[in-house]
Design a protein around this ligand. Sequence first.
Ligand SMILES: Cc1ncc(C[n+]2csc(CCOP(=O)(O)OP(=O)(O)O)c2C)c(N)n1
Ligand SMILES: [Mg+2]
Length: 325
Amino acid sequence: MTELNNIQENSKELNFDFKNSIQLMVKIRTSEKFIRDAFWDEKIFSFLHLSIGQEASAVGVASVLNNKDLMLGNHRSHGHYLAKGGNLEKMIYEVFGDQRGCCKGFGGSMHMLDREVGFTGSTPILGSIPSIAVGQAFACKELNLGNVTVVYLGDGAAEEGSFMESVNLAANKKCSVIFVIEDNKYSVNSNMIDRKSTNYSHKKLFEGLGSAYFRENGQDVRKVHEVSKKARELSLSGQPVVLHLDIDRMHAHSGPILEEKTEAYRGNDTVEQRMSSDCILLASQEAVNNGNSEKEVSIWIEDEINRTMEELKRIKSTIRVRNFV
Ligand SMILES: Cc1ncc(C[n+]2csc(CCOP(=O)(O)OP(=O)(O)O)c2C)c(N)n1
Ligand SMILES: [Mg+2]
């Protein structure tokens, strides 16, 4: 826990910033597209889960955190790590199994951890990470660190009994935790409508366990920022929060598969339909409504793509897959 004590406070400007938010979403997307292409080329030897389309939930929540706050993720956490201030080079090396990665190349895409930026772990075992987050938040409380712990999970993982118990324990111990549910309505190929009764109420469930509960459009980065500010304040007062974000993503559950055709399990939900609510598009339109010119916004995006691509090309030319024996 001494490392937790050493995390420096660096309070962040809490006014919403279109340019920073859009550029960070673009950085995450550009990096994931690069990883996706490397997966097609069989350069990555682990499972791969992409967050293309849903970057607003990582960026909007992280925009209200400071360096003392901690974050944990799941099997789909490239965006979470980068949004928390993670290092692109350390992430790419990790995904490729290079020993200069944030976990020395042993963890790969689904197991990332970097204490330097307060990203204290990610694991793909559904339902496991919220309980780890509560333990960590409890330790932080005992040490009077005055920080919050954010933990991401999907709508499928949010159905695990261990998650209910984590929320209960966090409420009982008054831990400063924000549980962020990224709800794309699918758990692999299992549709929400086949898993829950029409009377299912997240609000009654989580408030009944003693947590606060907010639901927001997770595709709108400004709204995510605003609701996260509220969640952070409440959570700091010892009231855990379940922050339920409705999101859309482009790719299928894992790997780089793009479901261009309507798949039976998705009903009428197509890539085209999902991408009509794309978070970068939405934020760009809002930036223009807010007084920025279209040209200015497209330059922000172009600059960020070019900057990230250059960095990725440089990193790619230096990758050495570690010896695992
Ligand atoms: C305990 C456990 N059961 C099953 C799995 C296999 N599995 C990996 S991801 C996943 C679905 C996750 O869905 P959700 O939590 O909604 O996250 P999403 O992938 O949609 O982001 C499943 C069943 C697992 N990793 N852990
Ligand atoms: Mg899901």
